[in-house]
Unconditional design. Structure first.
Length: 529
């Protein structure tokens, strides 16, 4: 027993090291996790024989529970809302179109039966949030026109539809009896939505209106609710992954207590889940069998990358007034990842038999997708001029509170200001703040107490961060061209009596606004409620 535990610990440590140095190898960390699994597998150095797909399905499904929940939990709805319609159309109709085109082309080009082609298309129809955002965040790569939010919502919410298509495909191949397909689809969607919504309401009421959950047990309570959400939806024949995503997005955007603690905890759990899934996928694989799979996998990669995904994106995005460059980037960013491999494992574990080796085909497609598409994603983003250097893709709904203990504020001192023609030590600087520097014409000086502040100076202050109490909310809103506040003054917004725009971040400037301040495209507005 101790030897197995030591082996698991060693593999996890190797994956952590691989993630740290993945940038030096020029490839996403997820590929390295696969290679580590292959290294320990039957064809690797350590010769661990593992081919129990039933056990692998159980482990990977459990890991996917937390990945799906965190996909919703970490989505900032205020940023996602303007693009939600486009993203959801991609995660539903886009998945169906992708699966359909892949089915047809696999049937005619690879001479698979229609049932087998449909299973391949279903398993590979969804994009993978872990794959996409591990690359975007690793490269600190934000994208223009809400593209990052579109990809985040799409890749986080399209697994339920792919899962449903996979279940249908398995039933077509006779490995399971799903009864009436139409009724199954309706039941999965309706039950999935209801369970996720109702349990999120219950969780919010328990954590905000009662003292049932003791201090320090928030994470344990949330783990129980996440597992309960999955289990209840599955027992009621609903789409468990849809329930988890809805549960996560409602909980993540609510005012529950200790949210920062939950974010850090589930971020770690999700990272461990990704390591577990990709390493286990590598462990299940047999590299010696892959050369004969490569031609088939390359054809499917070409179908997905250059035909099915672009057609789905352009059909759905162009009517929504998305530009050509944005459509091209969204098409390219459709990476396959953990969910596709997990669905393939589910199919094999259910007893599906195919002439082709489904698991190794999906494994190779995922490997090529993450390596080829993922490796070139930063380059493609720059070539299409879709990189937004002013934003940060790592921002979630909690980042505003957690940015740093050192907050900088720039104050311009006009003629007649109460600080003008006075020494630093004579002005009323807020408690806990410090004058770090003064910019005067082209000169920058480090002030002392006797330094005189003159009209037209710019004073840079460090100010302590404000952490709101549980009944307060600071919300950061990114203003795009279509936002209803764009090009309006604050006085024209009609804010409620309990709402206040506290500050505006514009490029490198922090603005303390008044009623005459005009909100511009690209501003980050901090709203206090």
């Amino acid at each position: 027993m101790a030897g197995y535990v030591l082996g698991i610990a060693f593999i996890i440590l190797l994956c952590i090291i691989a993630e740290k140095f993945s940038g030096y190898f020029g490839m996403p960390a997820l590929i390295l996790f696969m290679f580590i699994g292959m290294l320990f597998g039957c064809d690797g150095i350590f010769k661990i024989s593992f081919d129990d797909f039933t056990l692998a399905e159980t482990v990977c499904s459990l890991a996917l529970v937390f990945i799906m929940f965190y996909g919703g939990f970490s989505t900032k709805w205020s940023a996602a809302k303007p693009v939600a319609g486009r993203a959801i159309s991609l995660s539903t109709l886009g998945v169906i179109i992708t699966a359909g085109i892949t089915t047809v082309l696999c049937h005619f080009l690879l001479h698979m039966s229609l049932e087998e082609s449909f299973l391949v298309g279903a398993v590979l129809s969804s994009t993978d949030a872990a794959s996409v955002f591990s690359i975007l965040r690793k490269k600190k790569l934000n994208l223009k026109d809400g593209t990052a939010s579109i990809l985040e919502v799409e890749s986080g919410s399209n697994d339920p539809i792919a899962y449903m298509l996979t279940i249908i495909a398995i039933s077509f191949l006779g490995a399971s009896d799903s009864g009436n397909v139409v009724w199954m689809v309706v039941l999965q969607i309706v039950v999935g939505i209801l369970v996720g919504f109702l349990l999120s309401v219950v969780s919010i009421q328990i954590t905000t209106k009662t003292n049932i959950v003791s201090d320090g047990l928030d994470t344990i309570f949330m783990i129980a609710m996440v597992l309960g959400c999955y289990s209840i939806a599955a027992i009621l024949k609903g789409n468990a992954y849809l329930s988890l995503y809805i549960y996560g997005i409602i909980i993540g955007n609510s005012r529950i207590s200790n949210k920062q603690t939950l974010v850090h905890f589930f971020d770690g759990v999700t990272s461990l889940s990704q390591i577990l899934v990709f390493t286990l996928i590598g462990l299940l694989s047999y590299p010696s069998q892959m050369p004969k799979i490569i031609p088939t996998a390359l054809v499917i990669v070409a179908i997905l990358t250059f035909v099915a995904r672009p057609i789905a994106v352009f059909l759905l995005m162009l009517p929504c007034r998305c530009g050509l460059r944005q459509c091209l980037l969204i098409s390219w960013a459709g990476l396959r990842g953990a969910s596709s491999c997990v669905f393939a494992i589910m199919a094999v574990a259910s007893g599906v038999t195919m002439k082709q080796d489904l698991f190794h085909i999906v494994f190779m497609v995922t490997l090529f997708s993450v390596a080829f598409q993922g490796g070139l994603l930063p380059l493609i983003s720059n070539k299409l001029r879709m990189v937004d250097s002013e934003a940060d893709v790592r921002k979630t709904f909690t980042d505003y509170q957690e940015e740093t203990a050192l907050q900088l504020m720039r104050m311009y001192i006009p003629e007649g200001h109460s600080w003008a023609n006075r020494k630093v030590k004579e002005v009323n600087i807020p408690q806990g703040s410090l004058a770090l520097m003064i910019k005067r014409n082209k000169e920058t000086m480090i002030p002392k107490g006797d330094t005189m502040i003159l009209p037209n100076d710019t004073v840079i202050l460090s100010v302590p961060p404000y952490v709101p109490s549980e009944d307060e909310k600071l919300e950061e809103i990114v203003i795009d061209q279509a936002h209803k506040w764009c090009r309006k003054t604050i006085g024209e917004l009609g804010l409620g009596d309990d709402e206040l725009i506290a500050m505006i971040f514009r490029n490198e400037e922090t603005i303390i606004p008044d009623g005459k301040t005009t909100i511009l495209e690209g501003d980050r507005v901090v709203l206090y409620r």
